[in-house]
Ligand binder design. Structure first.
Ligand code: PMP
Ligand code: GLN
Length: 392
């Protein structure tokens, strides 16, 4: 299964593990190969958890989440997308990853096909595989900003197709799917009676365009599952606070699966999560502004580098850098960057062949560190260009 997590991209992830190993040995490495927010969880959220622990919130909790938290999630989703949600359609999960897994267990069976645009987030393939379903991958073109191709998605539907999984804003590409793209995908789902699962963990990190949740489109609430969490928006990945929004029958099925597994998220985590959703507005806006400024800093710093093209993401916490113009593959470029300049970025192949020739650089380091990483990336690109000139 670990092999499946990386799939064909296991060599790409090896760069990250090499970098982690070097750090463990005490070597200095700028680690931009993983999307682990560098901001600490805002202090008021931490304090709420401490208060809650001190008040004895250490007992069992409702398996599908505290009603107050589910109501807060429904309000949060409504603020973000304009769609009013019944708290009965909200299930509290241990992060979005848990929601992705539960949705797959609810929806997929052996022999089913799941259509998913690629590049795709690393764990999807493993999640589908646990159900016996098969991913049918549809490339999104780099030249089109890695936006999905609804015509190709429609052409891939067979009688075995059960669901389409999408992710907007997207990891790794930063694409924020447009209303027209989502409407086209929704139309395919309605026409062929398919489920749509939408991973929205980066919804609060939308810089350009508008985050649209497909469950708000006509006729989609009854066939859409939204998966999200506080991991990125609130810098809370280690709290494992997330949720699923699904039609009540499916939410009930997820509730059953949680009865068999998680058995309720800790009460103090749920209290902190609720506080995060209701009271962390300023902290969120500040973090979003920093991510956006970091994105701009990187795109500016790499603009004149020979052979590199930084594709400006519309959302999320990554920048994709097209290195094909250097004449090196992404794997070779990333390995040289780690070996010669101690900067770790992820070759796009880690997210499927559709991201070949690109590096994913994570925005999760300070502006100073990112600026230094860019200087080193430019230095490598310049050296490679000079070496190639000399060879020609
Ligand atoms: N989906 C995507 C696209 C992600 O990038 C991540 C986090 N890396 C997840 C799901 C899982 O998020 P969580 O920490 O909430 O489980
Ligand atoms: N979302 C992150 C990424 O894509 C981190 C995943 C992880 O390490 N759990 O890199």
């Amino acid at each position: 299964l670990v092999d499946r997590i990386a799939g064909e991209g296991s060599r790409a992830w090896d760069i990250h593990f090499q970098a982690v190993e070097r750090q463990r040995r005490g070597e200095e490495v700028i680690l931009l190969s993983v999307g682990d927010p560098d901001f600490r969880t805002p202090q008021p959220i931490v304090e709420r958890a401490i208060e809650s622990l001190q008040a004895g919130r250490t007992r069992y909790t409702p398996i599908n989440g505290e009603p107050e938290l589910r109501a807060a999630i429904a309000r949060w989703h409504e603020r973000l997308t304009g769609l009013a949600i019944d708290p009965a359609e909200v299930v509290v999960t241990a992060g979005a990853q848990n929601g992705l897994f539960l949705s797959a267990l609810c929806l997929l069976a052996p022999g089913d096909e799941v259509i998913v645009p690629v590049p795709m987030y690393v764990t999807y393939e493993a999640v589908f595989a646990t159900t016996g379903a098969r991913a049918v991958t549809i490339p999104s073109a780099a030249e089109k900003g890695f936006h999905p191709d609804p015509a190709a998605i429609a052409a891939a539907v067979t009688e075995r197709t059960r669901a389409i999984y999408i992710n907007t804003p997207h990891n790794p590409t930063g694409a924020v799917f447009t209303r027209a793209e989502l409407e086209a995908i929704a139309e395919i789902c309605r026409e062929h009676n398919l489920w749509l699962v939408c991973d929205e963990v980066y919804a609060a990190l939308t810089f350009e365009g508008e985050h649209i949740s497909p469950c708000a489109l006509p006729g989609m609430a009854e066939r859409t599952v939204v998966v999200s969490s506080l991991s990125k928006s609130h810098s809370m990945p280690g709290w494992r606070a997330g949720w699923m929004i699904a039609p009540s029958g499916l939410a009930a099925h997820a509730h059953n699966l949680l009865l068999c597994s998680l058995y309720g998220l800790p009460g103090f985590v749920q209290d902190a999560a609720r506080h995060a959703l209701e009271a962390a507005g300023e902290d969120l806006a500040a973090m979003r502004a920093r991510y956006r400024a970091r994105r701009d800093l990187i795109c500016d710093a790499l603009a004149a580098a020979p052979g590199l093209l930084a594709r400006k993401p519309e959302g999320g916490m990554f920048v994709m850098i097209d290195v094909r113009g250097t004449g090196l593959g992404a794997q070779a470029f990333a390995q040289a960057l780690l070996d010669r300049y101690a900067v770790s970025v992820l070759p796009g192949e880690g997210f499927g062949a559709a991201a070949a020739g690109h590096l994913r650089l994570s925005l999760t380091a300070s502006e100073e560190v990112l600026a230094e990483a860019c200087r080193r990336i430019v230095a490598l690109a310049t050296t490679v260009a000079a070496e190639q000139d000399a060879a020609n």
